[in-house]
Design a protein around this ligand. Structure first.
Ligand code: FDM
Ligand code: MG
Length: 212
């Protein structure tokens, strides 16, 4: 029997500031793909379940202090420690919908005042997404939706700088989504674009070209 080339899964990323609907939309996208008979998995960074992730959670949610550079490196390490599993899923044909990635890593640390070039270095050569959605809305508007919680970065001034950093990091192929639309509108837009990307990645190689 002929050897059919394995069709790999697509790496679909959702980025954006807090309270722009990333997690809701990531879940809905995974569900919609699964209902269409496509294997898709939700992945989230930071992954707070690993040992490194627990240190990150201590810093974000439990008031444990850490040097800014050290915590930046922990967020990056939290991606590198997952990359083997992510690649394995993609290679066996499962799509991954990823909630935050290295762009959040750089945007938040640079917004705190770390050098942008320095911030990119630990993620250089990381697996590159096939598709990046940037869910965008003004910080005033996201505040009107119910405001931020109690975590370390959930502050208006910081989020405003984070949004500027995201725009500075924006790649030409990003899909910038107006996050003020209804959930259904956003979902329909994301699903349509994701399906088109899924139709294209099939036999292409995984790329490890982030910021190279
Ligand atoms: N965050 C997230 C970073 O500062 N660096 C990173 O590399 C990543 C992935 O962590 F404020 C920030 C973004 C956010 C916080 O993320 C927790 P979630 O998505 O709210 O759990
Ligand atoms: Mg949060």
């Amino acid at each position: 029997k002929a050897n059919h080339a394995m069709v790999r899964g697509a790496f679909i990323l959702l980025e954006g500031c807090d309270r722009t609907g990333k997690s809701t939309q990531a879940e809905r996208l995974v569900d919609a793909l699964n209902r269409r008979g496509q294997r898709a998995l939700l992945w989230k960074f930071p992954d707070r379940t690993t040992r490194i992730g627990q240190m990150i959670d201590g810093y974000l949610a439990k008031g444990q202090d850490l040097n800014d550079q050290a915590v930046h490196l922990l967020f990056s390490a939290n991606r590198w420690e997952a990359i083997g599993q992510i690649q394995a899923h993609l290679r066996e044909g499962t799509h991954l919908v990823v909630d935050r990635y290295a762009y959040s890593g750089v945007a938040f640390s640079a917004a705190k005042g770390l050098d942008l070039h320095w911030c990119k270095q630990p993620d250089v050569g990381l697996l590159t997404p096939d598709l990046t959605f940037f869910l965008d809305m003004s910080i005033e508007e996201s505040m009107n939706r119910g405001g931020f919680g109690q975590e370390r970065y959930e502050k208006v001034a910081l989020q405003t700088r984070v949004r500027e950093m995201f725009h500075a990091l924006r790649e030409p192929d990003w899909k910038v989504i107006d996050a003020t639309q209804t959930k259904d509108q956003i979902h329909a837009e994301l699903l349509g674009i994701a399906q088109a990307t899924i139709g294209c990645v099939g036999n292409t190689e995984l790329k490890h070209t982030l910021w190279t």
